[in-house]
Design a binder for this molecule. Structure first.
Ligand SMILES: NC(=O)c1ccc[n+]([C@@H]2O[C@H](COP(=O)([O-])OP(=O)(O)OC[C@H]3O[C@@H](n4cnc5c(N)ncnc54)[C@H](O)[C@@H]3O)[C@@H](O)[C@H]2O)c1
Length: 254
């Protein structure tokens, strides 16, 4: 593929076996990026990479748990060894929680939400920083509109998604002198497998309708909506944009 918006770039997308990550990896590859599909789910990651290759794109997969430092270094090495460098790190892997009152929020749920959604972004960004600084790259973080506008019952998830915004803003200042940009996406409820966790014990149609009723544009986000925004932040079209949070939320954050 030539002339794409990510032509010549190498991108790692975490959590790319499913949902927003997979849609973004496919979109990046269609725009000419060479893509490393990183996920805990190795067979899903392999399948996603094969689907991209089947469509004429260039992708490879790596099994990586973003909460494990060794895995994050191996993930970055895989990108640099196979493709010769790194331009884009899309920190997208995340862990949802169900809506429960604070009294019923267990320490293990809290710790898991922080480990994947916050520590994972720290570890992946730390591992990727040297390679990104060499070429002036882009780090993107999938936060959530819940990191800005709260809903009752999601204390661990919302706190984690808020924390990662300030982490990204800090990295934006730290890495600006090397031309590395760092931005967040803040999607509203998105139609992916994760939505079931947010809906929890409620009946599925009722749960989806409850989310939709809170979104001015009147529908859930689709993975493709978020992938388009990620593509913009990955590309040179956003060359002067850093430290920002881009809602992909149908107006929920207004
Ligand atoms: N779906 C929504 O409503 C919604 C809304 C706002 C933000 N988000 C965020 O978007 C991102 C993507 O979520 P999605 O909706 O596509 O969900 P998804 O469940 O479709 O995909 C998440 C992927 O992350 C992977 N993953 C989980 N833990 C991991 C770990 N420790 N290491 C590596 N990979 C891991 C999973 O295997 C899965 O493939 C997450 O950060 C999520 O918090 C989702």
């Amino acid at each position: 593929m030539t002339g794409g918006r990510l032509e010549g770039k190498v991108a790692i997308v975490t959590g790319a076996a499913s949902g927003i990550g997979r849609a973004s990896a496919e979109r990046f590859a269609a725009e000419g990026a060479r893509v490393v599909i990183a996920d805990l789910d190795e067979s899903g990651a392999r399948e996603a990479a094969e689907a991209i290759a089947g469509d004429g794109g260039d992708a490879t997969h790596v099994r990586a748990d973003v909460t494990r430092a060794d895995d994050t270094y191996a993930m970055v090495s895989a990108a640099v060894e196979r493709y010769g460098g790194l331009d884009v790190l899309f920190n997208n892997a995340g862990l949802a929680t169900a809506s429960v009152p604070i009294e019923e929020t267990t320490e293990s749920v809290w710790d898991a939400a922080m480990a994947v959604n916050v520590k994972g972004v720290f570890l992946c960004s730390r591992a990727a920083a040297p390679a990104l600084r060499r070429g002036g790259g882009s780090i993107i973080v999938t936060s959530s509109i819940m990191g800005i506008r709260a809903r009752p019952g999601y204390s661990a998830y919302a706190a984690a998604k808020a924390a990662v915004i300030q982490l990204a803003r800090t990295l934006a200042l730290e890495m600006a002198s090397d031309g590395v940009r760092v931005n967040c996406l803040a999607p509203v409820a998105t139609d992916t497998p994760m939505l079931g966790t947010f809906i929890g014990d409620r009946e599925v149609d009722e749960g989806r309708a409850a989310f939709v009723s809170s979104i001015p544009l009147g529908r859930l986000a689709l993975p493709a909506d978020v992938a388009e925004a990620a593509l913009f932040l990955a590309s040179d079209e956003s060359a002067f944009i850093t430290g920002t949070v881009l809602p992909v939320d149908g107006g929920r954050g207004i």
